[in-house]
Design a protein around this ligand. Sequence first.
Ligand code: ADP
Ligand code: MG
Length: 228
Amino acid sequence: MISIQQIQFTYPDGPFSLEIPQLAVETAESVAIVGPSGSGKTTLLNIVAGILTVRQGTVQVGGTTVTQLNDSARRLFRLQNIGLVFQDFQLLDYLDVRNNVLLPCRIHPKVRLTTALRQRADELLTAVGLMPLASRSVTRLSQGERQRVALCRALLLSPQVVLADEPTGNLDPVNAQKIVELLLSEAKRSNATLMMVTHDHTLLSRFDRVIPFEQFLRRTTPAQETVR
Ligand code: ADP
Ligand code: MG
């Protein structure tokens, strides 16, 4: 489960600040986060993932208090427990589709690249309709295809927590539905907690709960509208 208590965050440069008094997501719960652009949704996912660190407050993921870990322990914790679908994908341009999906095993200190994991990568690619492109450079993909590669990579090691930042933002409605079903079924299969940011209100009914981000804005400086 994810538990946030009294966190306060600011970027070193820029006026944005985020304060969340309390937020809890249960183990195996699926939540959708909705809210205006620039309100701090991506910032929150990065805080939960331990990529950004808060100035004050506590973030717990599973039994671990992420806010007490040093940089290297946080990185290891993230590799072992969290699958993050970045809003900007963060694929490696010099790797093909399959090897981008397999990336977590290359950077994880304890996971070996086994035949089973290669099969898992190919199964995920098949599920998102990208198997025909498995050997293609990711530089030769559409945005929607890149987004699906990022999703497969996040799910590869069946993480306990899946954080997905607008993972359907570049997809047509049919593919968007497919991706959300895959996220939900993968989360269910591994009893994982799923936190997904979305602007697509047609997808919300599929989640256990919807968290409107507006509730956290009262106490923050007005966020500037970001155009993405
Ligand atoms: P959302 O995902 O809800 O659109 P973000 O979390 O990306 O919002 O951004 C929240 C605010 O923080 C915005 O005003 C944005 O301009 C600002 N911001 C985002 N990243 C940085 C950064 N690296 N440095 C300074 N300000 C940032
Ligand atoms: Mg965002």
